[in-house]
Design a protein around this ligand. Structure first.
Ligand code: NAP
Length: 252
């Protein structure tokens, strides 16, 4: 029987695949059948081992998405290696914490460059490749609770993730007719490097946990199902959603 979640034969690019949420998504896509291109500044060796253990191929690409310089090369290397590109997961992201009153221009630019500017231009290069290969494809942006809420002490992060939600909707409107699905996943509070400072602060940590109806922080494996769904033919008529995977945080 046809399995609408099967990703066999698909080539998926996952940015920020060295650790955390990107690593979890890369492994989930591989388990669903996709070959994976893992992009990060540092080693993606651990992710590579897991993808290969799942029986899929893995291409590591070392690139710094703080600038748009490596973007076309990421697409070119992917196509040279896998013959095509089908899925793009824009996951690489950073956060800087300081009171808004003291926030620096560098912390603004650094975060916006990785979390929003490179997301747009990588999506653009990827979509051009899809048009060239005359196929549809799937783009999954990693948004955040800060795509819906304000938060505190993270002004550039909130601006970037609110921007990611808007960009997801715009690209969905422009590209749905080209069989390109653009959607986002909004993770709640997950145990990764990104939330280390929050979890190190006993008061913030307890306050966050106390508001999560599921009663626990998320772990990267919790996002696999949503990522496979949005990467697969099961979601072919789903466009422009920002899907919370948050243990119920937003409905509290
Ligand atoms: P993480 O553990 O800090 O991982 C971030 C990933 O992004 C790493 O693989 C990192 O790899 C990569 N990265 C960072 N800067 C990069 C750059 N300039 N160029 C290329 N790759 C870069 O954080 P995470 O929690 O897994 O975050 C992944 C995504 O989920 C981010 O977009 C984050 O905003 C989002 N998110 C996280 C949470 C959470 O609770 N953890 C909640 C909502 C949304 P290298 O350091 O090797 O480059």
């Amino acid at each position: 029987m046809h399995n609408p979640f099967d990703l066999t034969g698909k080539v998926a690019i996952v940015t920020g695949a060295s650790t955390g949420i990107g690593q979890g998504i890369a492994i989930a896509l591989a388990k669903a059948g996709a070959d994976v291109v893992g992009v990060a500044r540092t080693s993606v060796e651990e992710t590579s081992r897991e993808v290969v253990a799942a029986g899929r191929k893995f291409l590591p690409i070392q690139a710094d998405l703080a600038s748009t310089a490596p973007i076309q090369d990421i697409i070119d290397q992917t196509v040279a290696w896998g013959g095509r590109a089908d899925i793009l997961v824009n996951n690489a992201g950073i956060i800087r914490r300081a009171d808004a009153i003291d926030f620096s221009e560098k912390d603004w630019d650094d975060v916006l460059n990785v979390n929003l500017k490179s997301v747009f231009f990588l999506s653009q290069s990827f979509a051009r490749q899809l048009l060239k290969q005359k196929s549809g494809g799937k783009i999954i942006n990693i948004a955040s609770m800060l795509s819906f809420q304000g938060g505190i002490r993270i002004p550039s992060y909130t601006a970037s993730k609110s921007g990611v939600a808007g960009l997801t909707r715009l690209l969905a409107c422009e590209w749905a007719s080209k069989d390109i699905n653009v959607n986002a996943i909004a993770p709640g509070y997950f145990v990764t490097n990104n939330t280390q400072q929050l979890r190190d602060d006993p008061d913030r940590s307890a306050a966050i946990l106390g508001r999560i109806p599921a009663g626990r922080w998320g772990s990267p494996e919790d996002l696999g199902g949503a990522a496979v769904f949005l990467s697969s033919s099961a979601s072919d008529y789903v466009h422009g959603v920002v899907l919370p995977v948050d243990g119920g945080w937003l409905v509290r």
